[in-house]
Ligand binder design. Structure first.
Ligand code: DAT
Ligand code: MG
Length: 150
């Protein structure tokens, strides 16, 4: 089992897409291990997006992610990181396939609706920024044997 950090970004919250986006991850089979509604501070945003510091889009990215509340989630499952990334779609909505979240709802890279961790080390680092261990739950769903082979 793997865990990934998902952020339903400010544009998605403002557009009333929280339920739609969570539904897509739930339908896929990912299990929620933690979830909260919050506004990201500039300090937390800088830690989360540290790899992008110095890039041309960095300041706009920090302004965007801190501009209004978000929903942060820890989702889990076998290959959860890659599964969530392909449910989200490519970074630039113009390149994102229809059927993905960005491909169905996005127009611009700076308003691309959702974040998902890109690899196990990122997931571990990002989950540590947004969640205390006590906020993440180990549990099983009755349907898990019908979603996970074993
Ligand atoms: P992703 O969110 O798909 O993991 P990333 O980690 O490369 O993409 O970049 C983080 C965010 O930064 C991305 O969701 C939107 C923004 N971003 C990335 N590349 C950009 C660019 N070329 N122009 C503007 N914003 C960009
Ligand atoms: Mg990324």
């Amino acid at each position: 089992m793997e865990r990934t950090l998902i952020i339903v970004k400010p544009d998605a919250v403002q557009r009333g897409l929280i339920g739609e986006i969570i539904r897509r991850f739930e339908n896929r089979g990912l299990r929620i291990a933690g979830m909260k509604f919050m506004q990201v501070s500039r300090d937390v945003a800088a830690r989360h997006y540290a790899e992008h510091e110095g890039k041309g889009f960095y300041e706009g990215l920090i302004d965007y992610i801190t501009s209004a509340p978000v929903v942060v989630m820890a989702l889990e499952g076998k290959d959860a990181i890659a599964i969530a990334r392909n449910t989200i779609g490519k970074t630039k909505p113009i390149e994102a396939a229809p059927g993905t979240i960005r491909g169905d709802f996005g127009m611009e890279v700076g308003r691309n609706l959702v974040h998902g961790s890109d690899k196990p080390e990122s997931a571990e680092r990002e989950l540590g920024i947004f969640f205390d261990g006590s906020e993440l739950y180990d549990w099983t769903r009755d349907v898990d044997p019908w979603i996970f082979e074993g």
